[in-house]
Design a protein. Structure first.
Length: 348
């Protein structure tokens, strides 16, 4: 088999606690078709040697893409983002554009938030029209989910922020989760306020958009969450590099969750406050402070190692991220679907 392109480098992370040596990746039709040691590399129409360490494309699991310049994220090595809530008139066209524009990262999205009447964020001064769908009973919840399904959302986002307004009752919350489950769509919750994380867990929510920061979670809840829930970190929104009580509570919760075996994903909440547009090395440092090893940080920010059958999305860093996770913020070459976007007009 002859591949469209053969990417080679002196090192790559293919999973595990050490880098692989000289590595080649065979790309065909935008996907990884082969990966292995350089001496065994297959034939290809084009060969490209890249200086640095090959990594899977980086992922930010919590952004608001319409509020930032997503092309700059791609240039920084973030090849995929999860948009966790925005107005449909803005986010769905952006998702579609990203499917065809090599200068944008892949964008998966939730669409508008689901919330109680008058609930967060529908009354926030920054919220555009229709950023939230207000549901007041299980029937309305089911209708809202069905309306979102037509847009193929990656997740359904529910806000349980009792500090900023009313929240849906238990019956409505359970109806949202059941309706989403019927379509194989996970539910992501913003939990804020006493008892809201437990409510989400009991309803079957399986992703938390933020590490909970408004209360210290009890040991039983930590154990329950660790069994079947993913937490997206977003530690740096609390203080933006400065110590704060909310940051300390979030770190304590994340540290205990990770210690109990819970799955942690890197996410920044880009669009919310003065966060760096790229890989946030303060967020990386917070993950290590919460107890993640360098390889666990790599898992958190990539989702999975490079492997055949995956999109040929590659971020290249100048040093060993296992020895120094901070190099994740120093991407050089970036490839999306096998195309070196740092050499294109759209890649920065």
């Amino acid at each position: 088999m002859i591949f469209d392109c053969l990417l080679t480098a002196d090192a790559a992370w293919l999973g595990g606690r050490e880098l692989a040596g000289p590595t080649a990746i065979g790309v065909r039709e935008g996907e990884i078709g082969w990966i292995g040691p350089l001496p065994a590399a297959p034939d290809a129409t084009h060969r490209e040697h890249i200086e640095g360490v090959l990594l899977p494309g980086l992922i930010d699991y919590h952004v608001h893409a319409a509020l930032i310049q997503p092309e700059k994220l791609l240039a920084a090595g973030v090849t995929t983002v999860m948009d966790l809530g925005w107005a449909p008139a803005e986010i769905w066209p952006l998702v579609e554009r990203a499917r065809h524009d090599p200068g944008l990262p892949r964008i998966h999205a939730a669409g508008p938030f689901l919330t109680a009447p008058g609930g967060y964020p529908s009354r926030q001064p920054w919220a555009p029209p229709l950023v939230a769908i207000e549901v007041d009973d299980p029937a309305a919840a089911r209708r809202a989910v069905e309306a979102l399904v037509a847009h193929r959302p990656a997740t359904i986002k529910i806000t349980l922020n009792s500090q900023a307004g009313p929240v849906v009752d238990d019956a409505t919350l359970h109806a949202i989760v059941r309706a989403a489950d019927a379509h194989g769509i996970p539910v992501t919750a913003h939990t804020q306020g006493s008892g809201q994380t437990r409510r989400a867990q009991l309803a079957g929510v399986r992703v938390l958009a933020h590490t909970p920061w408004t209360e210290i979670l009890d040991d039983r809840l930590i154990a329950d969450l660790a069994r079947d829930t993913t937490i997206i970190s977003t530690i740096d929104i609390h203080g933006w590099g400065e110590p704060s009580p909310d940051r300390e509570i979030a770190l304590q919760n994340l540290r205990r969750f990770h210690s109990a075996g819970g799955v942690v994903r890197y996410g920044t909440d880009l669009g919310n406050g003065p966060l760096p547009l790229g890989v946030n090395t303060r967020e990386i440092a917070a993950l290590t402070e919460a107890g993640l090893s360098p390889t666990e940080v790599l898992d958190a920010i990539t989702g999975a190692p490079l492997r055949p059958g995956a999109p040929a999305d590659v971020s290249v860093v100048p040093g060993d991220p296992i020895a120094n996770p901070a190099v994740l913020g120093q991407a050089g070459a970036v490839l999306k679907g096998g195309q070196n976007v740092t050499d294109s007009d759209g890649g920065g």
